[in-house]
Design a protein around this ligand. Structure first.
Ligand SMILES: [Zn+2]
Length: 423
């Protein structure tokens, strides 16, 4: 076995400290040097660029549209078992409708603590028969499908990081690799995940379009609703006075909602309207669906209340009724810039030469759902570009950097377990 990173820690030259402050400063310097040695000299060299690329190409060639992740799950199971991990599947397919459950691979740690590395196995359509093309340092699809870097770049990076941990040893915590299904269908797999990973464990979700080094510290809470307005049917030409138009009630409700971008971090939308049977019938039913999102949990609740009252008031004012069902799809991801996990991620990015950016997204990811399940989860950039389109691509360099960053974080987490596990 190649000696572990910690065996490379060099003893700093001893000077004669004059004050306690200087002693502390010296110790910090020594720690920084040791870290530099570990990450820059060891981890950097241990990533095998060709191997990451090969793995990524293997993964994108395996069809895995949402609900059909079995084949890619089998591939990953073999990879992780060959690395000495225990691999299991949960029973989430009974709830998601996929042909396989979420995959969990556990790599025993060499020191205390835990970390979760998460990515999703499914892709959007058209994603069957992907033929990857390499051009100018980029991987693209042939142009008739997505590439599937969303999120196979995440999966490939995790696989490479685990291979490096096993090869080079050193001190690292137990690694829980969680590969989810049906992420693209409303984060279904992660939502039904049944593995009982210890609460508060730091969890990296490698599934954001930004370059590696980006830390997605803010993602919105999301609520969906379905509202059914009921009026009273009548002949539109003979006795419209006898009718109550459910469509008119819905229109009145929508007119009283604030929609679109409500502030920097808050949005609301009515997405569908369905109702009515014929031009000569006053419609007795109309169903509308919509959503609202906010980076602030409190603000999201406020918007829910406003939309809800607009619908109830319209029904009351126009003599109809409304039945509204709200679902909280996922909570917000809200990390402050000085959160210990964010700080650690910034530090590691800087050390491995990546541009650390604390960013936000208007969309949800498995990080939202997993934080709901009690994990200390945060999404990271994996370099995918133009995702969910036929022009999706990824720089080969970003694949390597994502794997390197993941590996370096795992080593660093082992040293800061006390501050990283949120209770
Ligand atoms: Zn994704």
């Amino acid at each position: 076995m190649v000696p572990g990173p910690d065996s490379e820690v060099s003893t700093p030259e001893v000077t004669t400290p004059i004050t306690a402050e200087e002693e502390v400063a010296d110790r910090k310097m020594a720690e920084a040097n040791a870290f530099e040695t570990i990450v820059n000299k060891k981890a950097l060299h241990s990533i095998d660029p060709e191997r990451v690329l090969e793995c990524f190409l293997d993964l994108v060639r395996i069809d895995s549209p949402s609900f059909h992740e079995l084949e890619i799950a089998k591939y990953c199971k073999k990879v992780f078992e060959d690395l000495g991990c225990t691999v299991k599947f949960d029973k989430s397919q009974k709830k998601t409708g996929s042909n396989v459950g979420n995959l969990l691979a556990i790599l025993p740690g060499t020191t205390e603590g835990e970390i979760v590395l998460c990515a999703h196995m499914d892709t959007v359509n058209p994603g069957v028969g992907v033929v990857p093309i390499i051009k100018d340092g980029l991987v693209l699809s042939k142009g008739n499908t997505v590439l599937g870097a969303d999120d196979k770049a995440g999966v490939a990076s995790i696989i490479e990081a685990v291979k490096c941990l096993v090869e080079q040893g050193g001190k690292y915590p137990r690694v829980w690799v969680l590969l989810t299904t049906c992420e693209e269908r409303g984060l279904l797999g992660a939502d039904f995940e049944e593995f009982n990973i210890p609460k508060g464990t730091p969890c990296l979700v490698l599934d954001s379009e930004h370059a590696p080094g980006a830390i997605i510290a803010h993602a919105p809470s999301k609520y969906d609703f379905e509202a059914e307005f009921t009026g009273k049917a009548a002949h539109a030409g003979v006795e419209p006075e006898e009718g109550v138009s459910a469509i008119a009630i819905a229109a009145e409700a929508i007119a009283h909602m604030n929609l679109g971008r409500l502030d920097d971090g808050t949005t609301a939308n009515v997405g569908t309207v369905t109702g009515g049977r014929a031009n000569n019938i006053v419609p007795n039913s109309c169903v509308i669906t919509g959503e609202c999102r906010s980076m602030s949990e409190a603000k999201a609740k406020e918007v829910v209340e406003n939309m809800d009252s607009a619908m109830r008031n319209a029904a009351k004012d126009l003599g109809g009724q409304v039945k509204i069902e709200w679902h909280h799809r996922y909570p917000a991801v809200e990390f402050s810039d000085d959160d210990p996990l964010v700080q650690l991620l910034v530090k590691v990015a800087d050390k491995v030469g990546l541009n650390s950016i604390i960013s936000k997204t208007g969309g949800g990811s498995d990080a939202n759902v997993l934080s709901h399940h009690g994990l200390n989860s945060i999404a990271l950039g994996n370099g995918m570009t133009n995702y969910h389109s036929l022009h999706e691509s990824i720089k080969i360099e970003d694949l390597e950097n994502c794997a390197l960053y993941t590996l370096a974080i795992v080593y660093e987490v082992a040293k800061h377990l006390d501050i990283l596990h949120k209770k």
